[in-house]
Design a protein around this ligand. Structure first.
Ligand SMILES: [Zn+2]
Ligand SMILES: [Zn+2]
Ligand SMILES: [Zn+2]
Length: 145
């Protein structure tokens, strides 16, 4: 992803663009598979860009809070993947291979309604992820049965 495009995304989110943020975001956009903070650190270091793990973690938290990236927690491993859309969406994660797909629908309106009725809260946001087996891991698992 080029600098101009990243600049536009940051502008749209009203995020201040700093050099480390730009580099971290670009790494994520170039990665084909989900990456861990340590992997980001090492690949940046490899390009002679020394960015401390703390600021990598901080930037990742920030991007996540803006829905720009998705955090995949699998046991003790934590990886991040860039979101393809800036619109509200959910994810499904394969527990076997770690593959992630974005879901372009959200049918939680009724559920939010119920939450508001039963708690008196005003629901402003929600987070929900699905986990399971992707088609190819599922095939493998069925073959083993
Ligand atoms: Zn996403
Ligand atoms: Zn899988
Ligand atoms: Zn939703």
């Amino acid at each position: 992803m080029n600098k101009g495009l990243i600049r536009d995304i940051f502008k749209e989110k009203k995020l201040r663009m700093s050099h480390p943020r730009l580099l971290i975001y670009r790494e994520l956009s170039d990665a084909e598979n989900p990456v861990s903070p340590q992997e980001l650190y090492h690949s940046l270091l490899h390009q002679r860009r020394k960015i401390g793990l703390t600021s990598i973690y901080r930037s990742l938290d920030l991007f996540e809070s803006f829905g720009m990236i998705f955090k995949i927690i699998n046991g003790s491993s934590v990886k991040y993947k860039l979101c393809q859309t800036g619109d509200h969406h959910h994810h499904i994660v394969c527990k076997a291979c770690g593959d992630v797909m974005e879901l372009n629908f959200c049918d939680i309106a009724d559920w939010s309604e119920k939450v508001m009725e039963s708690t008196g809260y005003k629901v402003t946001d929600h987070q929900l992820s699905f986990y399971g087996l992707c088609p190819s891991c599922r095939e493998g698992a069925e073959r083993r049965d």
